[in-house]
Design a protein around this ligand. Structure first.
Ligand SMILES: NC(=O)c1ccc[n+]([C@@H]2O[C@H](COP(=O)([O-])OP(=O)(O)OC[C@H]3O[C@@H](n4cnc5c(N)ncnc54)[C@H](O)[C@@H]3O)[C@@H](O)[C@H]2O)c1
Length: 417
């Protein structure tokens, strides 16, 4: 069994550390966010993820150890997993500052004679490991290959299902450039019942972006079609898409749910990853026109939805926003469509806004202090206090809101009613 140090204990890093612990490896976790570390030390998961609490209880101080200084952990580890954020940079490219700051923390000991594999699990555009990270290391006299290995291992988990997706992965993809790293990674993942692909560094990164940009493209396609339906008129958009999904060629697959209109894709991954792939290609001299339009369509959605709401409501109405997280079953509010649409409404002079999310009220309030919203603790409360309800996240709880409150005006921006 191996020892693994994980840098970054967010959705991906904490799941990775606990997931390897579950499979019998000893894992060490480190995060620069002290608040996050404090919560985890107390056995509390900093976000809502089914299965992670139980996994933390099973493994904390048993197979999974939090470390305040990661150097000792790295010294004894066979793997260093980088699971730090890779936010959107100024021109849309992936900002690698957290990757570099993590490397700086252990670079001094990479040449100490013990062979380790440094694994980039964070999402980075094709060619990043090979060109940018390797150059960064070389500039510091660190040559991957002999003293240590470098690889990447994109993560495909979905928020709200992190634990299950990690433990029951459908595929494990590792970008490698030397045999030793490749063999060690294969052994690390031996207990996972999933096909293992050892491919070139660039290919592994490319596979991750194939996945995320396809999802963005399907969503923008559906949103563009919904706009066409809207301008032509007398089209039941919801029914039209439901009928589309009956086509045998979909085979009842879950991917069909991405070909469905709404408020635009949001969350931490699809917006920044689509931008980053566009920027990475542009940097190499090819402008991807489909991705350009996918991004433009997505960016137009908050305006489109706000306009739809403003056409029906007046600024004096008390508007009850249903849903603040970027998708149901998650309390992640990063880049959520709700945030963007609320901003547009406020800009248009609509200030009587109430909001309710089954689990994300607190997270949204913390991230959007500038919005003066009245937060409600339940669906019952918001329907009592608001004149009109607007569905912005398709939580299960909202799917029959029209039947529970038949007299209420409801604007359904997710086409779920
Ligand atoms: N969230 C997802 O659904 C998902 C899915 C697949 C891949 N990814 C990718 O995985 C990466 C992490 O995503 P996430 O959602 O877990 O992010 P996150 O923001 O939840 O967590 C990242 C953590 O890294 C920490 N960090 C930053 N610099 C550090 C350093 N030098 N040392 C230690 N910790 C440091 C931050 O404090 C933060 O807690 C991103 O590249 C993302 O694109 C995310």
């Amino acid at each position: 069994m191996y020892k693994v140090t994980v840098f970054g204990l967010g959705f991906v890093g904490l799941t990775t550390a606990l997931g390897f612990a579950e499979k019998g490896h000893t894992t060490f976790g480190f995060d620069v966010n002290h608040e996050r570390m404090e919560m985890i030390i107390k056995g509390v998961i900093p976000f809502m993820e089914p299965g992670l609490n139980e996994a933390l209880t099973r493994h904390l101080d048993n197979k999974f150890f939090l470390v305040e200084n990661p150097i000792d952990a790295v010294r004894q580890s066979d793997f260093i997993f980088l699971c730090v954020g890779t936010p959107c940079g100024a021109n849309g490219q992936a900002d690698l500052k957290y990757i570099y700051s993590a490397i700086n923390m252990f670079s001094d000991i990479l040449n100490d004679g013990k062979y380790r594999v440094m694994v980039i699990k964070s999402t980075v555009p094709p060619s990043t490991t090979q060109e940018k990270v390797t150059s960064y290391l070389r500039e510091r006299g660190l040559i991957p290959g002999k003293a240590f290995g470098i690889s990447n291992n994109p993560e495909f988990l979905r928020e709200g299902r992190c634990w299950d997706d990690f433990i029951n992965a459908d595929r494990i993809v590792c970008g490698v450039c030397d045999d030793k790293s490749s063999q060690m990674l294969q052994t690390l993942y031996r207990e996972f019942n999933a096909p293992f692909f050892a491919v070139s560094l660039n290919t592994a990164e490319f596979i991750k972006y194939l996945s995320n940009t396809l999802l963005s493209t399907m969503i923008s396609y559906a949103n563009e079609m919904s706009k066409i339906g809207d301008v032509i008129g007398d089209i039941d958009i919801k029914d039209a898409f439901k009928v589309l999904h009956i086509d045998k060629r979909w085979g009842g697959c879950n991917m069909a749910s991405y070909v469905y209109p709404g408020c635009g894709y949001g969350g931490y991954c699809l917006p920044k990853d689509t931008q980053a792939m566009y920027a990475a290609s542009l940097e190499k001299g090819f402008e991807p026109m489909i991705l350009k339009k996918v991004i433009e369509t997505n960016e137009s959605m908050p305006d489109f939805m706000a306009h739809k709401i403003c056409k029906i409501l007046s600024p004096s109405d008390n508007i009850g926003i249903l849903g603040l997280s970027f998708k149901p079953d998650s309390d992640d509010v990063r880049d959520s469509a709700s945030g963007k649409i609320i901003a547009k409404l406020i800009e248009a002079g609509y200030h009587n806004l109430l909001a309710y999310d089954p689990i994300a009220n607190e997270a949204f309030k913390k991230d959007n202090e500038e919005f003066k919203l009245i937060y409600c603790a339940s669906l019952e409360e918001i329907q009592k206090r608001a004149d009109v309800l607007v569905i912005l996240t398709a939580w299960q709880e909202f799917l029959n809101v029209n039947e529970i409150y038949p007299d209420k005006t409801i604007i359904d921006c997710r086409y779920v009613l």
